[in-house]
Design a protein around this ligand. Structure first.
Ligand SMILES: [Zn+2]
Ligand SMILES: [Zn+2]
Length: 172
């Protein structure tokens, strides 16, 4: 969905629709779309700046980094972005430092799909977990541990307290 900057209505363009992407466009290798991305967006031009504000929601399937099982991941992301025309980019010297991390649009057009995909890719956790309490895979039998029910005895390394006891014994 390409937005023509010059044709934006004065009080902004409201977009409410679904966007379909192939899962291969996602930055996370094992991520799969479970439904299209729904976007509620407002695109508004103020002078040369184009504001894109809105919310995207969808469901993805991710793979847990501990137990390697797929799990459902809900995306609900809000953003508020400012785009500047690309020709400003060429006059970099005149830009303020804070403008340098702004995003630019090319030849009066803005690809809304690209914007949404980028925002979506920013929502991924660095280590996806099916649950905060996921115990991962048993180092002995390779089964997924759920409360240690695989039956293997995994020896805990001796804690600090144990070492301290020995240390105190030596002293006396
Ligand atoms: Zn897990
Ligand atoms: Zn085990």
């Amino acid at each position: 969905m390409i937005i023509d900057i010059d044709k934006l209505p004065k009080d902004g363009l409201k977009v409410s629709r679904n966007f379909d992407f192939p899962s291969i466009d996602l930055i996370e290798e094992d991520a799969v779309f479970l439904q299209p991305v729904h976007g509620e967006l407002t695109i508004k031009r103020i002078g040369e700046e184009v504001m894109v504000k809105g919310r995207i929601t969808t469901y993805l399937s991710l793979v847990c980094s501990r137990c390697l099982a797929p799990f459902e991941f809900a995306v609900d992301s809000r953003f508020d972005l400012v785009f500047l025309p690309e020709d400003i980019h060429e006059m970099k010297d005149e830009l303020e430092d804070e403008d340098l991390d702004k995003i630019f649009y090319k030849s009066h057009h803005l690809d809304l799909r690209e914007v949404i995909l980028e925002q979506l890719n920013l929502t991924f956790p660095s280590k996806p977990l099916c649950s905060e309490r996921c115990e991962g895979i048993c180092a002995v039998c390779g089964q997924v541990r759920h409360g240690g029910n695989c039956g293997c005895l995994v020896k805990e390394p001796e804690g600090r307290l144990g070492k301290l006891k020995y240390f105190m014994k030596d002293k006396s």
